[in-house]
Design a protein around this ligand. Structure first.
Ligand code: 13P
Length: 357
């Protein structure tokens, strides 16, 4: 039985310990709440602003993140918020650090600690995630800034002969080394190997690649001595490529996702949270709902969400860079978060998404 109470921060307890990590991991996925990812890097955030004609300034990125972290009653449906390096150092207009605002609301602050992806040498079309150098020191800083958990994302492209063994092994190894460093620092690692939706591949192929990548990731986590009880897996749903002519039903996606995860994710893992990966908000929620609603053997782990775009998208459009739209944007954030909370219980009714308040 998992408890939803977030344990006290390490600063008040002393040295990191495994029971502390495990209770933090359990609290992040307890009940029907989920994670909200607002950790887009500066270039990614700027690209999304540019599409909507919002000026790409530090002040606008700060204002946008402030409206999100100060959303009234966000903690009713969100257990943790993932920040990026710039955001965890920013403050509200009242001068409070964002991490403090979240903690005071009962939400765990998290931090994206990878330094993005680079083209992989000798592996055309593939990328490797960087950021291990100096990571131990950066993690100590993030703990001091209030972080309770950390995320690292690796990406895998599906092609005729991709992903290659070299790409899968290099990224899985980096994920495991990052996870070990997180646990040493007292941060719960959120291990994110993302199979990208780009391409024409079928849902069956995505299932085979996801299974293969996860096998390698769990093998590397084992080799590096990572405790699965204090780890969350951030996974992609098993989906066809966005250019695949055959788009399966929501139930087919749910079944393919669950059967893949059952085969490869050890029961000891504290929880699985899905990324949205470019699905529309409504579709991501409907599929999460089907995963949790299906009438089948109970799952060995809590299955929740760690959505970025699928929660933020309507809010960003409504805000549009204008302070006067902040209330409307906050309502949209709360609404999408609540939809996903309903989906965790398998009680999301699709029509409810049409009426944000
Ligand atoms: P999306 O839900 O927008 O895919 O973002 C989740 C995330 O954190 C990707 O690393």
């Amino acid at each position: 039985m998992t408890t939803s109470a977030l344990p006290a921060p390490l600063s008040s307890l002393g040295a990191p310990s495994m029971p502390h990590l495990v209770s933090t991991a359990n609290a992040l996925v307890a009940g029907d709440k989920g994670l909200l990812a607002i950790d887009e890097s500066i270039p990614t955030c700027n690209r999304r602003f540019a599409r909507l004609g919002i000026a790409q300034t530090e002040q606008n990125r700060r204002a946008y993140r402030e409206l999100i972290v100060t959303t009234p009653r966000l903690a009713d449906s969100i257990s943790g918020v993932i920040l990026c390096d710039e955001t965890i150092r920013q403050h509200t207009t009242d001068g409070d650090p964002f991490a403090t605002v979240l903690m005071n609301a009962g939400i765990a602050p998290g931090i994206k600690v990878d330094r993005g992806t680079q083209p992989m040498a000798g592996h055309s079309g593939e990328r490797v995630t960087e950021g291990l150098d100096g990571l131990r020191e950066r993690l100590t800083q993030y703990v001091a800034l209030g972080a309770r958990f950390a995320k690292w994302r690796a990406v895998f492209t599906i092609g005729e002969t991709l992903p290659s063994r070299g790409c899968v092994q290099a990224n899985a190894h980096a994920l495991a080394r990052y996870a070990a460093l997180c646990q040493e620092a007292g941060l719960v690692p959120v291990v994110e190997p993302e199979i990208l939706m780009t391409g024409e591949h079928t849902v069956t192929r995505c299932g085979a690649v996801t299974e293969d990548v996860l096998r390698e990731v769990f093998s590397q986590l084992h080799t590096q001595g990572v405790a699965l009880e204090g780890t969350l897996l951030k996974a992609n749903m098993v989906l066809p490529g966005s250019a695949c002519p055959i788009q399966p039903t929501v139930e087919t996606v749910a079944e393919a996702t669950i059967s893949c995860l059952r085969r490869v994710v050890p029961a000891a893992v504290a929880g699985i949270v899905f990324l949205s990966g470019g699905q529309s908000g409504d579709l991501a929620t409907t599929r999460l709902n089907a995963i949790n609603a299906a009438d089948r053997q109970p799952l060995p782990w809590p299955v929740g969400f760690s959505f970025g775009r699928a929660i933020q998208q309507p809010a960003l459009t409504i805000w549009g860079g204008q302070d006067t739209n902040a209330d409307g944007a906050q309502s949209a954030i709360r609404h999408r978060a609540q939809n996903n909370q309903d989906a965790r219980r398998g009680e999301y009714a699709r029509t409810t998404v049409l009426a944000p308040t």
